[in-house]
Design a protein. Sequence first.
Length: 198
Amino acid sequence: MANGDVAKDAGFYHPAALGDAFPIHMAVHARGDPRQLAPRLRTLAAAVDPTLRLSELLPLDEVGASRWLEMDFLSRLLVLVSSIALLLSLSAIYAVMSFTVSRRTREIGIRVALGAAPHRICPAVFRRPLAQIGLGIAAGGGLVAALARAAIGGLSTTELALVTAYAALMMGVCLLACIMPTRRALRVEPTVALKADG
């Protein structure tokens, strides 16, 4: 041993007092099927102390299996709840944006009556909803980044890709919500559109 090196296992070991440590977990290395060793272990334990009882003799790969099942169930439940929340949020975005654009049917009818081309009407109609969603995505992304930095030190590349994909999905839903009522409004005759509530 080199100078200055200290053995990691150095120290004093004292026998535990009866009843101080309960339960005690022990690992035994065995060849072959470890379940066949169970009767022999029980016999050895009874020879050392007749009151000593062994319970839950398991192979090491099955230790904590119930906890893993709980974690697996909770993770699946979290994915399900998150998916429902995602679907509801996207549905709400679609409904609000679609309603906002459909309220501008009269404005679209006036623009069409004045001779505006559809490729000029669409950007004018889309600008406000897309700006609102864009600001919301930017604020949400900043909040996620700040929380991730405070909690776990930042986002990994995969997590950053997921956040970016969700932002793109929200923008896509917003765009779809704008396109559908705008297309309907452009197909309406200008005289009918002018009678619509504005």
